[in-house]
Write a new protein. Structure first.
Length: 344
């Protein structure tokens, strides 16, 4: 194991230099428990949870596994509810085809606030991770005072230095190869390959993310200077993930290689496997409401299609290695990835 990885283990208390990616909507208690049991840092995605749900899920994880837990939050600005007229007009033919109409609004991805900060102070996770920047300074100081490490997420060299200068204990380098929402926050979406981000040397430990789905990817990232890796797509194929069966069936097949950044499902760029909606409308559309409101109008379409065994309107987040993932239990996957790190 590399010296940087050894230091990361000492910093976090993990047994392997691996972070299970949070993945809102796909990750939860079972996945975090399995990852921790395998030696990794387990993560709970909290942006779509209530305060009570966070408390409950943390308690469930603590009852099932002993090890470092990462609570992940978003730090976006929540705009006013937008005018969705153009977006709903674009979706109208699909409503007619599926026999549905706009209905109940699903939970929105909400930014970290004082209420969630109070939960962090109460449950005291070992790590608190932030996507789309950092919370306001007063909240960040409260998080630090609660005793947890702070992880930030960078998609560019500029964001890496910005996060390091603000005292992050480690920074996740989210390369262009990574699935899910690109966590840019300083300027605009400008996908940068992971290798370019890893080439930037900095004192703060860095965690490589993007296209790492197997042992060779782990070894390569650690060999390139990462202190640890964050793995998401490979965990999606495990039975502990919460994704629907048709989505799971695509992983590990050549079809999973056909992916692109799209704003259709949330209003912000995220990398996912192309499905019917992306093919019909194009990956990027100006009619899509601002993040995170785009998912509102899609909810009834997604529900109807998934009930019929289709993912025509579902976000199929996946990183570059999605065609190479193998179906196995999350704990077994973690141990296999950890073995590669130990042998590096």
């Amino acid at each position: 194991m590399t010296p940087a990885a050894v230091r990361f283990l000492a910093l976090t208390g993990a047994r392997a230099p691996i972070v299970q990616a949070p993945m809102a909507g796909a990750g939860g208690v079972a996945l975090a428990v399995a990852a921790i049991r395998g030696g990794a840092i387990g993560s709970l995605p909290c942006a779509m949870l209530t305060a009570d749900q966070v408390r409950s899920q943390v308690a469930e994880v603590r009852a099932e596994a002993a090890g470092p837990l990462n609570l992940n939050f978003f730090c976006h600005s929540l705009p006013e509810v937008p005018d969705e007229t153009a977006w709903r007009a674009l979706l109208a033919p699909y409503y007619a085809e599926e026999g549905v109409s706009p209905g109940e609004v699903p939970p929105l991805r909400r930014p970290f606030d004082a209420a969630m900060c109070a939960v962090v102070e109460e449950v005291r996770p070992e790590i608190v991770g932030f996507h789309f920047g950092l919370p306001e300074p007063v909240l960040l100081e409260r998080v630090r005072a609660a005793g947890g490490l702070v992880f930030g997420n960078a998609t560019s060299v500029g964001e890496l230095h910005w996060l390091a200068e603000r005292g992050c204990d480690a920074v996740i380098l989210q390369g262009a190869e990574a699935g899910g929402h690109a966590g840019w926050f300083l300027d605009r979406h400008a996908p940068t390959p992971l290798a370019v981000l890893l080439a930037e040397r900095i004192e703060v430990p860095v965690i490589a993310a993007g296209g790492i789905v197997d042992g060779s990817g782990v070894a390569a990232a650690l060999g390139a200077g990462a202190s640890a890796v964050q793995v998401g797509t490979a965990y999606l194929a495990t039975p502990e993930s919460l994704i629907p069966a048709p989505y799971r069936a695509l992983l590990g097949t050549e079809a999973a290689s056909d992916a692109a950044f799209t704003n259709l499902f949330s209003g912000r760029e995220a990398r996912g496997i192309r499905n019917r909606l992306m093919c019909d409308l194009g990956a990027i559309s100006a009619a899509v409401p601002a993040f995170p409101y785009a998912s509102n109008a899609l909810a009834p379409l997604r529900k109807a299609a998934e009930a019929d065994g289709r993912v025509d309107y579902s976000p199929l987040w996946a990183g570059q290695g999605a065609a190479r993932v193998r179906a196995m239990g999350a704990e077994q996957l973690t141990r296999e990835l950890a073995l590669a790190a130990l042998e590096d």
